[in-house]
Design a protein around this ligand. Structure first.
Ligand code: T1G
Length: 696
């Protein structure tokens, strides 16, 4: 008998307690155990009811995702759930923590369901590129109706016990311990003479316009297909007998299990957990952080302060004048009001933060007892060195001094202090209180416990923290600069910014690179181009049309015009008619005869540049593993999650043909398209980027 399911008797009730930490995933051993214990209960004289209850943090977190991609072992989950539902005994589920995916499907196979108020349920399989595959698409609609069931499945969101009760998923919500709740509820049902109540025998929901629902869901998926296939599975629950509906669900589930999207999304699921767990920091204790300082209250500084305040940290923000300090406070207040609107904090907490937890000062001496300070001033090395000299003077011993710089040399900044071991980069992405990515930039002299503190702070702020080495642009911006340059070169050769945006949005990006540039502000790229020209790193064919745009004061959305004209609204995507003539003038100046580009070629070149630079970043140790680059692009640059990240995408499409493309492009520009040594090595050894992830 499996030791994953404990068996006990409470009067006429057999209790099956699930013991598979950390989250009671429905592994093979758990499935076998449940099957065996159901057999045991039915053979146990006097048993009239079965209670299924979870030990630890969850009822069930769902199918065991580590088993995906391997040959499935019996008992398969749908068969187990049918077996539970068919039992002659009354079966009760007592839920707490999460009941997700297969976990909720087990509960739906029971005859009655009770939950504690803090319990959450959901069918998040779409976040793994799948649909519920153990009866959820057939049973849930019978309890909630088709529309509500589709909303649960296609969003994959977690639903609180109260709402689940209102939807008919849970019968009783009761405070207390899940074991006690379950026993009392099962006994009450027995005393009332309640009968078995198989959900599969309930009437299916009414039909809806399935084709319209499918198309609408597909469009919302922006290339991800599994949410739309939930519609077809629910359609089967209406149009077919239950057993046939189950078969239809299983076929769709099986087909999606074979897709690249399932590969990409499972990779993302595990990588977003692995990326912040650094083996080298395993036994390193982070320093305590409760009070942080922020230097500079502009967009970034105010965003960082907001993120820290929302995490419950005390914040002292320094600005150079009372007016600038008030402007910073106003920015933070606006950010916090947004958090109230999003239900992240209450109005009372909003006021409490502004009156007690946030202090805005203009004197460095007020930073003497902060545990960690984040500098977010103008991106100029001299300015930053002055700030760090002051911080080094006033901050207490052991305080950590961090810079939010997006590309400047952390080692050079650290060298200007008496405590280089306490210096690191904490590179947030704008808006800092919303974007999940945090690059923890580790300098040559950064102490291990300082790095560990950077990751601990990232966790407190609910960020996805990625370790980055020191180079121009660290991980994300260095790779961005390269694939942006590939796009700029395609424009000189004949593509339009609008073709490129359309091609990359078809690929799955929420916004193409030129729409993103308009959103971020064209002045940022303008400053980078001027800096690179001054450093002698200008591209071989140096376009000036974007500079002309900026010289005319067109910085994108914030000035109403950039690559697009925003007079009709930010989402209207009306091309700015002045742009193409500027591009044509550049082509003429450089003697280029333009040619056409298909969307396929645009994506291929864009991705080849992204993968090649990513391979250089991993090869040089700036990123620890390929998955670190994937998570950076997913959480900081809008890379489509269902593709897993650029290096997962590369593994799926094949490294050898990609390297072949890069070598063919090198004929045009051997420097820009110099192939990454790591990519050459992997192709030569017939290995994948994922092979490097497994090395940890
Ligand atoms: N399978 C295997 N391992 C899992 C797991 C799962 N379902 N869920 C979590 N883990 C591991 C996770 O990798 C981590 O491991 C540890 O548990 C703690 O997780 C047939 C097919 C449950 C809300 O999609 O959303 O059912 O890093 O760090 O922040 O229709 O994990 O410690 O080694 O995330 O408290 C559907 C996925 C599966 C739920 C807990 N279920 N998990 O969050 O802890 S598909 C899901 C989560 C399915 C059926 C289909 C979260 C959580 P390690 P954690 P957390």
């Amino acid at each position: 008998m499996s030791d994953k399911i404990a068996y006990s008797r409470e009067g006429d009730i057999a209790v099956l307690t699930v013991q598979n930490p950390p989250v009671n995933a429905l592994s093979h051993a758990v499935r076998q155990g449940l099957w065996d214990r159901m057999d045991q209960a039915e053979a146990d004289a006097g048993v009239r009811a079965v209670l299924i209850v979870g030990e630890g943090r969850a009822f069930f977190a769902g199918a065991d995702i580590t088993e995906f991609g391997k040959p499935p072992l019996e008992p398969h989950l749908p068969d187990l759930i049918n077996r539970i539902e068919a039992s002659p005994l009354l079966v009760v589920a007592s839920m707490h923590g999460v009941s997700l995916g297969g976990g909720l499907e087990v509960a739906l196979g029971c005859h009655y369901r009770i939950a504690v108020p803090s319990a959450k349920v959901g069918l998040p399989e779409v976040h793994l590129g799948l649909i519920p595959g153990a009866g959820g698409t057939q049973r849930l609609p019978r309890l909630t109706g088709g529309e509500a069931a589709l909303d649960v499945m296609t969003t994959g969101r977690h639903i609180g016990a109260g709402k689940a009760h209102d939807l008919g998923i849970i019968d009783v919500v009761k405070d207390g311990d899940q074991m006690h709740n379950g026993l009392a509820y099962a006994q009450k049902l027995l005393d009332q003479g309640a009968t078995r109540r198989p959900v599969s025998e309930m009437d299916p929901p009414a039909a809806i316009d399935w084709d319209a629902a499918f198309e609408a869901t597909l469009a919302r998926g922006r290339g991800q297909i599994s949410p739309a296939w939930c519609v077809r599975a629910v359609q089967a629950s209406v149009e077919k007998p239950f057993a046939d509906g189950l078969k239809a669900e299983r076929q769709i589930f099986y087909d999606l299990m074979q897709t690249d999207q399932r590969q990409g999304m499972i990779h993302a699921f595990f990588s977003e957990r692995a990326v912040s767990n650094l083996p080298e920091l395993k036994d390193v204790k982070p320093r305590a952080v409760q009070h942080i300082g922020v230097i500079g209250g502009g967009t970034m500084g105010a965003g960082i302060a907001t993120a820290a305040l929302l995490a419950g940290l005390e914040v002292t923000l320094l600005e150079m004048s009372a007016e600038a300090g008030q402007a910073a406070r106003d920015r933070i207040e606006r950010n916090l009001s947004g958090a109230v609107k999003r239900g992240k904090i209450t109005p009372k907490q909003h006021d409490q933060i502004l009156t007690h937890t946030l202090l805005v000062v203009t004197n460095y001496s007020k930073l003497s007892d902060v545990d960690l300070v984040i500098e977010a001033v103008f991106e100029d090395m001299e300015v930053k060195k002055q700030v760090f000299a002051e911080l080094d003077r006033v901050c207490k011993p052991g305080a950590i001094l961090a810079s939010n710089t997006s590309y400047l040399d952390i080692d050079e900044i650290a060298a200007t202090t008496s405590r280089p071991g306490d210096v690191l980069g904490l590179h947030f992405f704008s808006p800092a209180h919303v974007m999940k990515l945090l690059e923890v930039v580790v300098g040559d002299k950064t102490a291990p416990d300082v790095t560990a503190t950077g990751f601990a702070l990232g966790k407190m702020l609910s960020k996805i923290s990625v370790r980055a080495g020191v180079c121009d642009g660290f991980i994300g911006n260095r790779i961005l600069a390269t694939y942006r340059q590939a796009a700029d070169q395609m424009i000189l050769d004949g593509a339009s910014p609008y073709d490129i945006d359309a091609a990359l949005e078809e690929f799955g990006f929420a916004m193409g690179p030129f729409a993103v540039a308009d959103l971020a502000g064209l002045d940022i790229g303008w400053a980078v181009r001027k800096r690179k020209r001054a450093e002698g790193h200008a591209p071989k064919r140096d376009a000036t049309y974007a500079d002309t745009l900026c010289e005319q004061g067109h910085f994108g959305q914030k000035t109403g015009k950039g690559y697009y004209d925003y007079a009709a609204g930010n989402k209207a995507r009306v091309p700015n008619p002045d742009v193409l003539p500027m591009i044509e003038a550049d082509r003429a100046r450089l003697g280029i005869t333009p040619r056409t580009f298909t969307h396929e070629e645009i994506v291929r070149r864009y991705m080849a540049a992204m993968v090649n630079e990513s391979a250089k970043v991993v090869g040089e140790g700036i990123a620890r593993r390929p998955l670190d680059v994937d998570m950076t692009l997913l959480f900081g640059y809008g890379f489509p999650r269902y593709r897993g990240g650029p290096l997962k995408w590369a593994d799926i499409v094949g490294l050898a043909p990609l390297l072949q493309d890069i070598k063919s492009y090198a004929a045009e520009d051997p420097d820009f398209w110099a192939s990454a040594p790591l990519l050459e090595e992997l192709v030569a050894d017939n290995k994948t980027f994922d092979d490097l992830n497994k090395k940890g």
